[in-house]
Ligand binder design. Structure first.
Ligand SMILES: CC(C)(COP(=O)(O)OP(=O)(O)OC[C@H]1O[C@@H](n2cnc3c(N)ncnc32)[C@H](O)[C@@H]1OP(=O)(O)O)[C@@H](O)C(=O)NCCC(=O)NCCS
Length: 207
């Protein structure tokens, strides 16, 4: 049965301490093969050392308060994007070609990379993903938020659009080969659905 969730911040050290739990949620939400998890673990370890790293857990709010908290239902994390990071460099090169260096710089120069957001399958469609993303971006000093997501009509893609993200690049394969991804960007703070729907779509964060 799905339950209400409480959100809590996780510093880099605690985030690494929860890696097994987070990987289990990732595997469940993404239907990820077990063989992919060691690589994902290493990536999370690296990401935890990136600047202005922030992670949030969604936990079962119905748990006994004396029990140290309930089961983890979902998580998200992100950090400040900067040159030298694999994702940042790949996206910068691709965006340079697609929308030109000036627009690329305006998106990337001061950006939060939203690296992951996952909610356990049996806990989805309760607003937890939306709350995680809002909390991750809340109070950030960066001007923009960027992310990549499979270039399909998924729950995640709809969630991002609803919160004000627009497509900067579609059909993009990351170096080394990957299924097609969309790179999406939003100007912070994220907007709610009603406001976003009334604004013109543009690839410029200054619009
Ligand atoms: C993307 C993801 C994190 C969203 O988490 P979530 O908790 O389901 O997100 P929300 O509940 O806020 O919103 C999801 C949907 O539920 C709907 N919803 C939210 N609260 C609801 C409620 N109380 N009753 C019914 N529907 C509800 C939303 O309108 C949204 O609908 P849509 O898919 O038609 O747009 C989750 O689907 C997931 O983990 N997916 C797999 C992993 C993944 O793709 N991660 C992102 C990789 S880039």
């Amino acid at each position: 049965m799905a339950t209400a969730a409480t959100l809590s911040d996780l510093g880099p050290r605690d985030f690494l301490g929860e890696t097994d739990v987070l990987l289990a949620i990732y595997a469940d939400a993404m239907d990820a093969e077990a063989a992919l998890l060691p690589g994902r673990r290493e990536l999370m370890r690296r990401h935890a050392g990136y600047p202005a790293f922030k992670a949030l857990l969604a936990k079962d709010a119905a748990a006994d308060p004396g029990s140290g908290g309930g089961q983890v239902l979902g998580f998200t994390y992100g950090f400040r994007g900067q040159p030298g990071q694999w994702w940042y460099d790949a996206v910068q090169s691709a965006l340079d070609l697609a929308i030109g260096p000036a627009l690329t710089a305006s998106w990337l120069a001061d950006c939060l990379e939203v690296a992951e957001v996952h909610v356990r399958k049996d806990q989805q469609r309760r607003g937890t993903g939306t709350r995680l993303l809002m909390a991750l971006t809340d109070g950030r000093t960066e001007r923009t938020a960027l992310l990549s997501t499979p270039d399909r009509d998924t729950t995640a893609r709809r969630l991002y659009r609803r919160m004000g993200f627009c497509d900067l690049l579609t059909g993009y394969s990351f170096p080394g080969g990957s299924p097609p991804y969309a790179v999406m960007g939003a100007v912070l703070p994220l907007r709610d659905r009603v406001v976003a729907a009334s604004l013109p779509r543009s690839a410029s964060p200054r619009a």
